[in-house]
Design a protein around this ligand. Structure first.
Ligand code: TXD
Length: 311
């Protein structure tokens, strides 16, 4: 069976880590696309990564390009094309510039890789995945935004740090928009089956929930130039792997809700079954009143950002 093909639209901080992780996991052949002004650097990155393959022991063809024809037939497309935040910027500050970039990307993916499962990473995430879906015209199961996997990873990482336990044994999820209104769910978080709320007091849980909501900004401030890239790349690869290997993972993805959670026609972070059919199912959680109120708030925040998208 021929190797799968992964197209990375955007070969910057996250894009190059995506290429490394996809190659190391032998998910398939990798094409990294970037703008013509960066044709040299993106070809150089792909060639350099290829030259690391003997030492790393992976078999994968790696190609850098600024010609969209080279993404033809991709099984998965991961889109990081766009500007990242600088210190002091909100994700919404990126909207005007990145919506134009995503429109152009969606038109080209529609033309050259119409069957691909598309994972959108670019910020402001919820508006960008919605824009990509609208412009590409792809069915809703074929488009997902990557945010909840990262936000949940951060929630789990901070809890593991606090509790002194393995990250492997912390299970939980984060709902909603990829921003300060996201909704970690302490009530549904467990530590090796032990309810989190039996292990940590409310004050500690709120402190960690707040750090999770602000984790992206914390990294932007520390880096001083650009935003997180290891953890977003690892999160997007987890989604791509679920699709490529038909793993039926249940992961929080920005998916189009059409009635689920009482939401109609909005991409928002919800628990999804991810397999060869893309977003195969959205799971509805019976939320308690306080959780529902937080979900309503994040839905409003996403709607507000979306209202500023000029297509
Ligand atoms: O959880 C999440 N979804 C977020 C997403 C986590 C962290 C960062 N997130 C966002 O991803 C970030 O705010 C940015 O909007 C994107 C990409 O972040 P990255 O750090 O990779 O930005 P870079 O290093 O600037 O890379 C962007 C690349 C760069 O090489 C540009 O030349 C390219 O995108 N680019 C384009 N590629 C294709 N087509 C067009 N038009 C284009 N414009 C720029």
């Amino acid at each position: 069976m021929a190797r799968k093909k992964i197209a990375l639209i955007g070969g910057g901080q996250i894009g190059q880590i995506l290429a490394l992780l996809a190659a190391q996991r032998e998910l398939g052949d990798v094409v990294i696309f970037d703008i013509p002004q960066l044709e040299g650097p993106v070809k150089g990155k792909a060639l350099d990564l290829w030259e690391s393959s003997p030492a790393q022991g992976f078999d994968a063809d790696l190609q850098g390009t600024s010609d969209y024809k080279d993404i033809a037939g991709a099984d998965v497309v991961i889109v990081t094309a766009g500007l990242p935040r600088k210190p002091g910027m909100s994700r919404d500050d990126l909207l005007a510039t990145n919506v134009n970039i995503i429109k152009n990307v969606a038109e080209n993916v529609k033309e050259y890789a119409p069957k691909a499962f598309s994972i959108i990473v670019t910020n402001p995430l919820d508006a960008m995945v919605s824009t990509f879906h609208k412009v590409s015209g792809f069915p809703k199961n074929q488009v997902a935004g990557m945010a909840g996997v990262l936000d949940t990873a951060r929630w789990r990482a901070f809890l593991a740090m606090e509790l002194g336990v393995s990250i492997e044994d912390i299970a939980g999820t984060v709902l909603g928009g990829h921003g300060p209104t996201m909704v970690p769910l302490p009530r549904l978080t467990t530590v090796g089956g032990v309810p989190l709320m039996e292990l940590l007091d409310a004050e500690s849980i709120e402190r960690i929930s707040k750090r999770t909501r602000e984790a992206g900004t914390e990294i932007v401030k520390l880096l001083g130039n650009g935003s997180a890239f290891f953890s977003p790349a690892a999160s997007a690869i987890e989604m791509a792997e679920a699709y490529l290997k038909d793993k039926k993972r249940v992961l929080p993805c920005a998916a189009l809700c059409e009635g689920e959670y009482g939401i109609d026609g909005l991409f928002i972070g919800v628990p999804c079954k991810l397999g060869a059919g893309g977003i195969e199912k959205i799971y509805q959680i019976k939320l308690e009143a306080d959780e529902q109120a937080l979900l309503d708030k994040t839905v409003e925040a996403v709607k507000k950002t979306l209202s500023e998208v000029k297509l």
